[in-house]
Ligand binder design. Structure first.
Ligand code: HEC
Ligand SMILES: [Cu+2]
Length: 334
């Protein structure tokens, strides 16, 4: 009989050990406490012939010892769990991005190349995958038991976590947060493939525009390029080379320009103003949906390796992202 689901990711064994340690420690303490309770109940039952005088034995050493021991054991479990949690949320730099949007009642998934799927996720075996999760309506929870990962998808936030699939196969995918009438049906499957099969699958999805290319079109459509483009007369920061860099903020402090920062810059431009710029950027909250936001973020990310001045620069050598041709944002800026 199989108690645990298949173990098919790099985190699975670590998670199972932690789980075993939690169950083991709690089980041991449960047995100890109930064992002693039952022993004493029987031993000191009414009419039993045991010594009942002299109740004030010197037991403080014993008290202190067991209190300290259980405290240390649970603290160790806490640090173990915290360390694993942090590792799962810190993707390695070479991980491939996959964007996941939860919606009543489906998972919408987009690959960096623009390939889309609903309620299924195709990934290559042995390669780290970084998930960027969000929700379009209510809180959902993206759960793949075989990979031992689950993460809430919260509207208005990006959550990232990663995994490396270790076994080719098909595994169930669930929504693990009650999210409405058809919550129980919200799910699908994860298909782990050999890298060559995965490449073939990607190619077979039709060569639509990449996420970044779609983002570039939106960048013009929403008038972003009017302020952020080279030809702009508005004093707005250029977005080339922004992603991943520290940004000094008006009023002190710096933030790293990550997915969250870019998203908040678009929806809540007043919350963090880049130092030295007027707070004139309008909020696009309510106008741009989660799908489109992901594309805009992917586009701004694809500009990471470029410099603002040099419009002749081609796409970064060896860059994975199929970025739009350099300079096209400037050309179209009015
Ligand atoms: C009216 C001009 C204007 C428009 C339109 C505009 N922005 Fe901005 N944007 C600014 C200014 C000015 C700043 C700097 C002040 C601030 O941080 O709010 C800025 C800041 C940003 C930042 C943070 C940049 C940094 O260096 O920290 C991002 C990202 C950004 N905008 C993206 C966008 C996107 C995407 C759009 C279109 C959906 C857009 N902007 C539309 C003027 C504009
Ligand atoms: Cu759900």
């Amino acid at each position: 009989m199989q108690i645990l689901p298949a173990t098919a990711s790099s985190h699975a064994a670590d998670m199972d050990w932690l789980f075993a340690a939690l169950v083991g420690t709690s089980g041991f303490i449960l047995l100890l406490v109930f064992g002693l309770m039952i022993t004493f109940c029987v031993r000191y039952r009414a009419n039993s012939k045991v010594e009942r005088g002299n109740r004030l034995g010197r037991t403080w050493r014993l008290e202190a010892a067991w209190t300290a021991a259980t405290f240390a054991a649970f603290l160790a479990l806490y640090f173990w769990g915290a360390d694993l949690y942090i590792r799962i949320h810190r993707p390695p730099p070479d991980a491939t991005d996959v964007y996941v949007v939860g919606k009543q009642w489906m998972w919408k998934i987009e690959h960096a190349g623009g390939q889309r799927e609903i309620d299924s996720l195709h990934v290559p075996v042995g390669r780290p995958v970084r998930l960027v999760l969000t929700s379009q309506d209510v809180i959902h929870d993206f759960a793949i038991p075989a990979f031992r990962i689950r993460q809430d998808a919260v509207p208005g936030r990006y959550e990232t976590l990663w995994f490396t699939p270790t076994e080719v196969g098909e595994y169930p995918l669930y929504c693990a947060e009650f999210c409405g009438t058809y919550h129980a049906r919200m799910g699908g499957s994860v298909v782990v493939m050999e890298p060559s099969d995965f490449q073939r699958w990607l190619d077979g999805q039709g060569a639509g525009p990449s996420l970044a290319q779609e983002g570039e079109a939106l960048f013009r459509q929403y008038g972003c390029s009017g302020c952020h483009g080279a030809a702009s007369t508005v004093h707005a920061p250029r977005l080339e080379g922004l992603f991943g860099r520290p940004v000094p903020l008006e009023g002190g402090g710096t933030v790293i320009a990550d997915d969250r920062y870019i998203r908040d810059s678009i929806l809540l431009p007043r919350s963090e103003i880049a130092a030295g710029y007027p707070p004139v950027m309008p909020s696009f909250a309510g106008q741009i949906g989660e799908d489109e936001l992901l594309k805009l973020v992917a586009y701004i990310k694809s500009l990471a390796d470029r410099t603002a001045g040099n419009t002749e620069a081609g796409p970064p050598a060896g860059g994975k992202q199929a970025g739009p041709p350099a300079g096209s944002a400037e050309k179209d800026a009015r």
